[in-house]
Write a protein that binds this ligand. Structure first.
Ligand code: FES
Length: 106
């Protein structure tokens, strides 16, 4: 299990444990983390699982694939560290990962 902290738009952190092999989105849904709607269920087809990856984690998380990048165009307030959390697979190197959820999704 890997520790992941979700920070909401107001700056309130919430730390949960995520399973290696699962995704950052699935872990959020499983733990009722607010701010991640995940309307398409993880198919990279909705952009309502948009998060900002904490600066210290950007390299470990890696860049978005082209398909994810295309879908991110539909998200609001996209930044260089924007990712779709259903496309971030949890691996041991992500222990302590911090992501911030945007003020609004879609
Ligand atoms: Fe729909 Fe991630 S859950 S794109």
């Amino acid at each position: 299990m890997v520790q992941i902290t979700y920070v909401d738009a107001a700056g309130t952190p919430r730390t949960v444990r995520g399973e290696v092999g699962s995704t950052v989105m699935e872990t959020a849904i499983r733990n009722n983390v607010p701010g991640i709607d995940a309307e398409c269920g993880g198919a990279c087809a909705c952009a309502t699982c948009h998060v900002y990856v904490g600066e210290a984690w950007e390299e470990a998380v890696g860049p978005a694939e082209p398909m994810e990048q295309d879908m991110l165009d539909f998200a609001s307030d996209v930044r260089p560290n924007s990712r779709l959390s259903c496309q971030i697979r949890i691996k041991p190197e992500l222990e302590g990962l911090t992501v911030t959820t945007p003020a609004r999704q879609g």
